[in-house]
Design a protein. Sequence first.
Length: 129
Amino acid sequence: MKVTLPKDIKHYTGYQIDDMKAVIKAQKDDDSSIKEWAEYAVREALKDTDDYLKEIVTATAEASLNRRAWNAYGSDDEPTGRGDVWIRALAETGDGFIRVGAYLTDIWKTGGEDYKHHEYIEYFKRVRD
């Protein structure tokens, strides 16, 4: 999976940048697509609603820092520290559109643990007459 560095990289310290670069290196061999991970995140955001996912319009993956993650992509020999991947997606739903952001370490928990409360969600719903 192609993960990029954040555009505001100048706001990070050296070790934080090293953590994010280590995550990017670890994710190079991930065969899953960004859209596949985005689908999980959108479905989690739509859980407990009467709406459904129609299509992922756009999806990106950016290296980020997550205070709840520790060496999630590495080990003590090749640490990734607080590094994580932020998946951002815009999707069309049955009733409108939804914009979702979620950490990949949370998306990995799909089906085993609810993480909707950790997601960034903007929901644009069609107004019915």
